[in-house]
Structures are given as structure tokens and as C-alpha cells.
Design a protein around this ligand. Structure first.
Ligand SMILES: [Zn+2]
Length: 262
């Protein structure tokens, strides 16, 4: 069992209410790698819908739960789900949780869509540098409450008015995050290609809000195109959902077994 390091129990309760996740009652004292698994959409937001009627939100939660089980059976990891059922959770609340907690990684699970029904395959996404620069500037101007690692918190507290020092630290931190996200994404793609077609063989960058937290490395995985007839058929099967989940798990395992970046 694992828990995020949190200084604001009120927010824990809020998230607890939305996710009904029992793990939020204590603080994380373990050395495990804490991964937030974010199943995209949910509740009244179905996400993309396939030609045969499959809703993206269902695929996302199925793969997220399977990934959670794999990670929780590995002593290296512990997990927190942003939602564990068909509930709606706004993007703001998902991001608020990251602002108030210190976790090692966010993985957001989605399924892709296109007007061109022949398009298929999985892809992995990271946040663009332009977006993060904007987020860092916003943070330095507006100073919203964001929980950073203890060491960064200490430096910020000792240098409250040193704008340039803070910016430098956040820039350096983002460079490290980006390197980590890139290496991890490549490890996940290596595994995914054994089990499914890839739409993009390299990680991609975009200005995605869910990936834009300046205190958490984050990647988004598009598990396939729900608008492709054959891929929609596969994405609804437990067998394929297991394959995608275990590809992500093995990618994580391969990355963290050889990494000192956490
Ligand atoms: Zn989506």
C-alpha cells in the first residue's frame, strides 16, 4: 500500500470523495515509486466513441485497473488512481491533486480518435517545453500553492524573493523530468510494439493540460484508435487490455530498474 506525501489533508478528503480510494488516510513513508494512474474521461464524459459504440472512458479505466494490479504486485511500485470507477473527475481536480502531492510520476491512459477510420496504432505523449515555460512563468507570477520535493521547498523558503533562482531551479527540474519522460516513453514503446501497432514510433510533444504540472513528470499513452474498426474490436477485449497494461508495466519496470532519477 502506498500514499502520496501530502501536506493538505482537506484535499486528500476531496479526492477520496471523488475516487472512493481508501489509500488516502495516511502519509507515504515507504521508499516505493509512487505512480498516479489517470484513466482519462469518465462519468458523463465518454471521451471518443468507436463506430461499434465502444466508449473511450471504459477502455481507459479497464487498462488503468489492470496496470494498477500489475504495479501493486511489484514491491518497487505503489499506485494511486485518479478515478477507480465510472465517475467524472474534472481536469482541474486531477491537476489539483498533483499540485498538492508529491508523487514520482503520472501516467494518463487514453484511446485515440480520428476522422480517418484507417488510422490506427498506439502513441506516447509528453508535454512541450513551450507549455511548461508558460506554466513556470505563471507559477512565479501568481505563486499558487504547489508542493515540490522537500529540498526544493527548502530552497524556495530560504530564497522567497529570488525570482531568478527559482526560475533556474524549475527549468533544471523540468530538463530532468523531460529526460526521464523521454527515456521512459521509449521503454514503454519498446514493449507496446511487441503487442500492438504503433501510430508513432517515437514519443511526441504536445501542450496537454494533464501533463503540464511543474512538480511531476508526466506522460500520456494513447492505447490505440477507437475509431479504427479492428482496433476498436481489440480494445474491448480483456486479452488486449491485459497486453497493453503489461506493456506499460514492463516499460516502467525496465526504466526504473536502470534508473537513478527518482
Ligand atoms: Zn481521451
Amino acid at each position: 500500500m502506498c500514499l502520496a506525501k501530502n501536506q493538505k489533508n482537506k484535499n486528500f478528503k476531496k479526492i477520496h470523495y471523488y475516487t472512493k480510494n481508501k489509500f488516502y488516510n495516511n502519509l507515504n513513508t515507504s521508499k516505493k515509486i509512487t505512480i498516479v494512474i489517470d484513466a482519462g474521461h469518465g462519468g458523463h464524459d465518454p471521451g471518443a466513441i468507436g463506430i461499434q459504440g465502444l466508449q473511450e472512458k471504459k477502455v481507459n479505466i479497464e487498462i488503468a485497473l489492470r496496470l494498477k494490479n500489475l504495479l501493486n504486485h511489484d514491491s518497487l511500485f505503489c499506485t494511486i488512481l485518479t478515478r477507480n470507477n465510472d465517475s467524472y473527475l474534472s481536469l482541474t481536480k486531477r491537476k489539483q491533486f498533483l499540485k498538492n502531492n508529491h508523487v514520482n510520476l503520472l501516467i494518463s491512459i487514453h484511446a485515440d480518435s480520428s476522422r480517418k477510420q484507417y488510422v490506427s496504432g498506439a502513441s506516447v505523449w509528453m508535454v512541450s517545453k513551450t507549455r511548461i515555460n508558460r506554466e513556470i512563468d505563471d507559477y512565479l507570477k501568481k505563486k499558487p500553492a504547489i508542493l515540490f520535493s522537500k529540498k526544493i521547498e527548502n530552497i524556495f523558503n530560504e530564497n522567497k524573493y529570488d525570482f531568478f533562482l527559482k526560475k533556474t531551479i524549475l527549468d533544471l527540474q523540468f530538463n530532468n523530468f523531460q529526460k526521464m519522460e523521454l527515456d521512459l516513453s521509449q521503454k514503454i514503446l519498446e514493449q507496446l510494439k511487441k503487442n500492438t501497432k504503433l501510430n508513432k514510433t517515437y514519443p511526441n510533444y504536445a501542450s496537454l493540460s494533464i501533463l503540464s504540472s511543474i512538480n511531476t513528470p508526466s506522460i500520456l499513452i494513447e492505447t490505440g484508435f477507437i475509431t479504427n474498426f479492428l482496433e476498436e474490436k481489440k480494445l474491448r477485449t480483456a486479452d488486449h487490455q491485459n497486453k497493453i497494461a503489461s506493456s506499460i508495466y514492463l516499460g516502467l519496470k525496465n526504466y526504473f530498474n536502470h534508473s537513478i532519477n527518482f
